[in-house]
Ligand binder design. Structure first.
Ligand SMILES: NC(=O)c1ccc[n+]([C@@H]2O[C@H](COP(=O)([O-])OP(=O)(O)OC[C@H]3O[C@@H](n4cnc5c(N)ncnc54)[C@H](OP(=O)(O)O)[C@@H]3O)[C@@H](O)[C@H]2O)c1
Length: 301
């Protein structure tokens, strides 16, 4: 199959491209950096600028599936201007793709969009799955709602729409994990707040395998991309320290301290999301790293 990917140069996109090429799929990708456009056999880059509604329309040629990963990184200070960028980088880009598919002759059958777990209500004991209609009222939850609405529009064009609500992606080259590992490696590690907040995580290899699974099985609807065994922030901090063979002796860091440092973005460290992986498992997907100990050992041993 030929897959058009946005955000292909990011943390998840990079790994997804590797996997798709290894499976003999061919990849077109859209990038906002002209310097990242390369043209290799089965891997062809195209320039776009969603803010200026610019897109190289030839990117759609012979494409079967679109995977929309692009979006401004949420781990930067949430000023009002940056909040706007977080939203628009996902929705305007989706709209540009929508207009491309609508206007340009094509054979696209499926639209897969990255999405987030922030949409779910805060939870400790209650495990939420994809059937829940309850949502949280927070900035990031509202981003996810707008992001998913922009993906749903593709249904009007007769495409299958799949939304991958992704938890904390564990990778040793980017994202949240190296930021957690850094202080622990230096001997200054500590859990956040009371450490009870539940972190629904997924190993990058499992996430990428899930995207491939969604493509190869033409999945439709919402799927949580989280491992079947979420853990508390306290446990996660402890397992990281054990994996790195580092001591943990400092007291937990109070919420107000992180709020002073990070502002509203401290939400990322303190929100609690206890989420189910059952739907994708029921569809036949097998996790390679269902447990945190093995996932971290794979990344850091
Ligand atoms: N990593 C996680 O833990 C996690 C968890 C939940 C959801 N997600 C979501 O999954 C998607 C991919 O995540 P990731 O970790 O791979 O992100 P990433 O490493 O930050 O990469 C995102 C890519 O999006 C493109 N991009 C950045 N700013 C943009 C803008 N203003 N307009 C258009 N494109 C822009 C960039 O590609 P170019 O430079 O090539 O244009 C960038 O490489 C994101 O939407 C993210 O929110 C990630």
């Amino acid at each position: 199959m030929k897959i058009l990917i946005t955000g292909a140069t990011g943390l998840i996109g990079n790994e997804l491209v590797k996997q798709l090429l290894a499976k003999n799929h061919s990849v077109h990708y859209l990038t906002t950096s002209k310097s990242k456009v390369v043209n290799k056999p089965n891997y062809k880059g195209f320039y776009w600028n969603p803010q200026q509604t610019k897109i190289d329309e030839s990117c759609i040629y012979e494409v079967d599936v679109i995977v929309h990963l692009a979006g401004a990184n949420i781990a930067k200070r949430w000023t009002n201007a940056y909040k706007q960028e977080i939203i628009e980088s996902r929705t305007l880009s989706s709209e540009l793709l929508y207009n491309l598919v609508r206007k340009h002759p094509n054979q696209v059958k499926q639209f897969i969009s990255a999405s987030g777990t922030a949409i779910y209500p805060e939870s400790f004991a209650t495990v939420y799955d994809e059937t829940t209609t309850e949502t949280e009222d927070s900035f990031l939850s509202n981003v996810v709602k707008k992001w998913e609405e922009s993906a749903n529009r593709f249904q009007v064009l007769g495409l299958k729409v799949c939304k991958i609500r992704t938890g904390i992606v564990l990778s040793n080259v980017g994202g949240a994990l190296p930021e957690m590992v850094k202080p622990i490696k230096m001997g200054f590690g500590a859990a956040m707040g009371n450490g009870k907040q539940i972190q629904s995580w997924i190993h990058i290899n499992d996430l990428v395998a899930m995207y491939c699974f969604a493509i190869e099985n033409q999945l439709e609807g919402v799927y949580n991309a989280v491992a079947p065994n979420p853990i508390s922030n306290q446990e996660l901090t402890t397992v990281i320290a054990k994996t790195l063979k580092k001591p943990l002796f400092l007291p937990n860091i109070p919420h107000f301290v992180m709020k002073l440092i990070l502002g509203e973005m401290s939400y990322l460290l303190f929100s609690s999301k206890n989420l189910s992986a059952q739907k994708i498992i029921n569809n036949g997907f097998q996790f390679k790293f269902p447990k945190i100990k093995e996932a971290l050992a794979n990344l850091y041993s």
